[in-house]
Design a protein around this ligand. Structure first.
Ligand code: NA7
Length: 535
């Protein structure tokens, strides 16, 4: 019997991931006449918006600042139905994009890339998927997302639970019937804060295991009516221009005043004003020194704690929900709808696992130092090995057989946040800039695509960078990050501190959206300064 040989795709550019970044990468390369294909682990397009289908999952970015900006036609055709759009609609949007730009024939699904190995002689990447599919690609673009390698906690007995159990980023596609059920959830980050109010509507009982409370702020979502659509669409140029100039790629800019330059009454009035608005203004539109002064930060943190205290009836529960061990914004601020009121329900319990630690997961539920809990469903909302996890978990080998795990042992080392020394022709388009993801991802994709087109047009086979250029970039980033100690010292996924054993380093480019674009443009205009181009 003839054995079936595995499929080998000969392709100019292999893009890993069909999420927000990967879809645009494919579209842009194809528009430039460059042969490209996506390998995508999921059964559909969408990346983050494919995998995270837990109830309540939605943007914390205003929808119209999150959608693609590369096609005016697309922006005019698509109606965002809510200010902060939910996962089902976001997944529909990305499917709409895949269809509109005829991307589907170039996407291979259920193709989880497990290894990428550089062949120096052929100057090609050998890519392999979990099911044995292979590609030979001149270039690889890793569009693997910031938050895709999920993290399961190292708690004894994980896997012993006999009921239904899943990580939030692997929420089943078929509806989960939690109505009337005994549900436990571990974690109280941005994901849990979106999910918990949805669960609380119908569960029998809900037990929330909290290790660290967060400063959660009201999202204030509302529909965008059909009547409002034309006015919104007419403002796209202005909206995108604002995002372009904004440090974080949102509509919000820090207030240029120091908190200490205004009176107490003025300060309080400003806090109330930003608190009453939708989205992230309460964080990114605040006095600039909440990011740099711990004293300023603490004043605002206490304002937020008082907002929590006002919403939770039991004062002891309210205090457990008030963060006191980290500044406001040191961890990602979850935006919420009805989160704190959930703790006023008689069927909801908050377990502080710093007081009574989880000892193990059992067949029936969770055992803490104080109690045993029985559940029908146990949910892990325990986050991600962010930014670097997806690339350090796979076998990614560059020149001399070095792995990315080794190269990034002390945190991500790149030049321009795009390419790592020793890994030629491999671009990281993760959008790893502290920024509204699509805004910076578009910059990265445009730069990568132009670089590949430049190499094609100039007969260049290989693009790499030097350790000197990389070291200078890392130093530049460290200097930038030092201006925001509140953000960069925190024990959050921003710094890798949420993963036991992961080296602490600020994982984002800290220059912001506009500076990232400026640096990318500068380097390209100087003939790809800092890169080595070989024929
Ligand atoms: P996060 O924000 O990393 O939250 C993870 C949560 O899980 C957080 O409350 C953690 O507590 C908790 N956690 C992690 N490990 C454990 C163990 N071992 N025991 C108990 N609790 C644990 O992830 P999310 O998915 O909520 O959000 C990720 C991003 O997705 C978010 O920022 C948005 O950008 C979208 P901890 O705070 O570490 O004490």
């Amino acid at each position: 019997m003839a054995s079936q040989s595995p499929t080998v795709d000969e392709v100019e550019v292999l893009v890993i991931g069909a999420g927000v970044t990967g879809l645009y990468q494919l579209q842009k390369l194809r528009a430039l006449g460059i042969d490209a294909k996506i390998y995508e682990a999921g059964g559909g397009v969408g990346g983050t918006w494919y995998w995270n289908r837990y109830p309540g999952c939605r943007f914390d970015s205003e929808s119209y600042t999150y959608g693609y900006s590369f096609s005016e036609e697309l922006m005019q055709e698509w109606d965002w139905k809510e200010q902060f759009s939910g996962q089902p609609e976001n997944e529909r949007y990305l499917n709409f994009v895949a269809d509109k730009f005829e991307l589907r024939p170039h996407i291979v699904h259920d193709a989880k890339v497990t290894s990428c190995v550089w062949d120096e002689e052929a100057k090609r990447w050998n890519v392999t998927t979990a099911d044995g599919r292979r590609a030979h690609a001149k270039f690889v673009v890793a569009a693997v997302g910031l938050l895709s390698a999920n993290y399961m906690p190292d708690i004894p007995g994980v896997g012993d639970f006999a009921g239904k159990s899943f990580h939030t980023s692997r929420w089943p596609k078929e509806p989960v019937d939690y109505a009337g059920k005994r549900v436990g959830i571990i974690g109280t980050g941005a994901t849990a804060v979106q999910l918990i109010p949805e669960l609380a509507k119908t569960v029998g009982t809900l037990t929330v295991f909290q290790r660290t409370p967060n400063y959660c702020a009201p999202l204030r979502n509302k529909p965008i009516t059909p009547e409002e659509q034309p006015a919104l669409k007419a403002r796209y140029a202005e909206i995108l221009d604002k995002c372009k100039k904004s440090f974080v790629g949102f509509l919000h800019e820090p207030d240029p005043r120091s908190m200490f330059s205004v009176s107490k009454a003025e300060r309080e009035a400003f806090f109330e004003e930003i608190w009453s608005e939708p989205g992230f203004r309460k964080w990114f539109g605040n006095f600039y020194d909440i990011f740099s002064s711990y004293e300023a930060n603490e004043i605002y943190a206490e304002f937020v704690r008082n907002k929590i205290r006002a919403r939770v009836k039991d004062p002891a529960v309210a205090e457990r929900l008030c963060p006191k061990d980290h500044p406001f914004g040191a961890k990602r601020i979850p935006l919420e709808t009805g989160y704190y009121e959930v703790y006023n329900q008689p069927n909801v319990r908050l377990i502080d696992i710093k007081e009574t630690p989880i000892e193990r997961i059992t067949k029936n539920g969770v055992k803490t130092s104080a109690e045993e809990f029985e559940f029908d469903i146990l949910i892990y909302a325990t986050g991600f090995d962010a930014i670097t996890g997806e690339l350090t978990r796979m076998e990614l080998r560059g020149e001399g057989g070095q792995t990315m795990k080794e190269a990034w042992a002390d945190g991500p080392r790149t030049y321009l946040s795009l390419l790592t020394a020793g890994f030629p022709n491999l671009f990281v388009a993760n959008g790893a800039v502290f920024c509204n993801v699509p805004r910076c991802a578009e910059t990265a994709v445009d730069w990568i695509s132009d670089a590949i087109a430049y190499m094609r047009d100039h007969g260049i086979e290989k693009m790499s960078t030097t350790t000197e250029a990389q070291d200078a970039w890392v130093k530049h980033n460290d200097e930038l990050a030092s201006a925001f100690p509140v953000l960069t010292d925190g024990k959050s996924w921003f710094t890798g501190a949420n993963i036991p054993g992961k080296k602490r380093a600020f994982l984002f480019y800290a220059g912001g959206n506009a500076m990232f674009k400026q640096k990318c443009d500068e380097v390209a205009s100087k003939g790809y300064e800092g890169f080595v181009l070989e024929r």
